[in-house]
Unconditional design. Structure first.
Length: 400
């Protein structure tokens, strides 16, 4: 059931005045009628006293209503704004009884969410720059010794081929060397700027090809994959390899989360920013769209509030029936080296690469609870020709 429209301040006060004026006028008329037979010297002081009493009561009622509908919400809004300015970003302005102050509360709360998202985005950019500098040093300082160890392990295998009991430890040695190499490559993929040659890409076609690739490799044969791709015109300006890497990482993450069996649902559609923003304002008790009940996070709110945010964009949702993501981990899960998997099963870079790639394309991504019971990763991307340009690292641009 939708929430009724809240009345405006002047409507509230007009209603109070109307309710107060009626009894006041009636009381004066009755008093004039009752004191009609009294001498004027007695009658008029009684009438004047009654009028003064009525004015006192009327003023008191009006003062209480002004305090309730104007002063109290104004003081609460100022208090929360001062707390936010002092660094307490967890404060929110409570809902008000009048439309004007309710809109003010909504605007302040939305602004706070957008400020938090912008701060987090700036921190991610700074962290990416730091990781890039670290990766450049690590690739040289650790990469070369690891390559030498790999060569020595190969030589050791050849020289001890006939020695019993050496195969297993050498296998373990090479397996750990491969793991170090995989971590190094993932770190470089996350942090190293590359020369980009983007072109218009149909995202639905990329998703279909990725699903076929993983099915041919047998990685998804134990799982039910449902694709509801409704955006054949969903063309974005990107490198095909980057988009393939995004969807491969998300699908492999879903497969790992479900372990032995489960369901993955992939949906795509083109959304209007206006309609999408209206759905954000819906309360959780309001009837939501049957197929697009995913509520945007602070990342999406900040993305939609950007001056260059497009009027139409592509939305992709990839949901699974796995274990899901804890609410306290919904932001941290995109940080490099953060992983909820068992030790040794993942590098903690897959989702970090996903977030970095999507943000470099001018989009945003977040995770929330899926209707299927697991995690739902939601991606918003500007359509090709929408006017919102992808982000290119400065070092990449200067390299050209």
């Amino acid at each position: 059931m939708t929430e009724p429209t809240r009345p405006r301040i002047h409507e509230r006060l007009q209603r109070v005045l109307a309710l107060a004026c009626g009894p006041t006028i009636l009381a004066i008329i009755v008093t004039m009628w009752v004191t009609e037979d009294l001498p004027n010297a007695t009658r008029w002081p009684v009438v004047i006293l009654l009028v003064l009493l009525v004015l006192v009561v009327f003023t008191s009622v009006l003062r209480r209503q002004v305090s309730r509908y104007v002063e109290r919400p104004l003081v609460e809004s100022v208090s929360v704004a001062e707390a936010i300015a002092s660094g307490d970003s967890n404060r929110i302005v409570p809902r008000a009884e009048t439309r004007e102050f309710d809109q003010l509360a909504t605007s302040i709360n939305r602004m706070t969410e957008q400020m938090l998202a912008a701060t987090q985005s700036r921190m991610r950019v700074e962290k990416l720059a730091t990781m890039g500098r670290i990766a450049a040093g690590i690739s040289h300082e650790i990469g070369n010794p690891v390559a030498a160890i790999a060569n020595y392990a190969h030589v050791l295998r050849m020289r001890t081929a006939d020695v019993p009991g050496t195969t297993e430890p050498i296998d373990a040695l090479e397996r750990e060397i491969t793991r170090i190499d995989r971590i190094m490559r993932g770190l470089l993929d996350y942090a190293r700027p590359r020369r980009l040659t983007p072109k218009p890409i149909a995202v639905d076609a990329v998703i279909v090809d990725v699903l076929r690739l993983l099915a041919d490799q047998g990685l998804t044969r134990r799982f039910r994959i449902t694709s509801e791709l409704e955006a054949p015109g969903g063309v974005v300006y990107a490198e095909r390899h980057d988009l393939e890497q995004v969807f491969v990482n998300l699908l492999l993450n879903a497969v790992d989360a479900m372990d032995r069996e489960g369901e993955v649902v992939i949906r795509s559609r083109i959304n209007e920013a206006g309609a999408f923003a209206d759905s954000i304002e819906k309360r959780r008790t309001d009837p939501a769209p049957q197929r697009w009940a995913h509520r945007p996070s602070k990342r999406a709110l900040a993305w939609l509030a950007r001056p260059e945010s497009p009027s139409r964009f592509l939305q992709i949702v990839m949901a699974d029936s796995g274990t899901g993501v804890a609410p306290e981990d919904e932001e941290r899960i995109f940080e490099p080296f953060f992983s909820t998997k068992q030790p040794g099963k993942g590098t903690g870079l897959g989702l970090a690469i996903v977030a970095s790639t999507i943000e470099n394309l001018g989009g945003t991504v977040w995770v929330q609870r899926a209707r299927e019971g697991g995690a739902a990763f939601v991606i918003l991307l500007p359509l090709h020709g929408s006017g919102m340009r992808s982000v290119v690292p400065e070092s990449t641009a200067s390299a050209g």
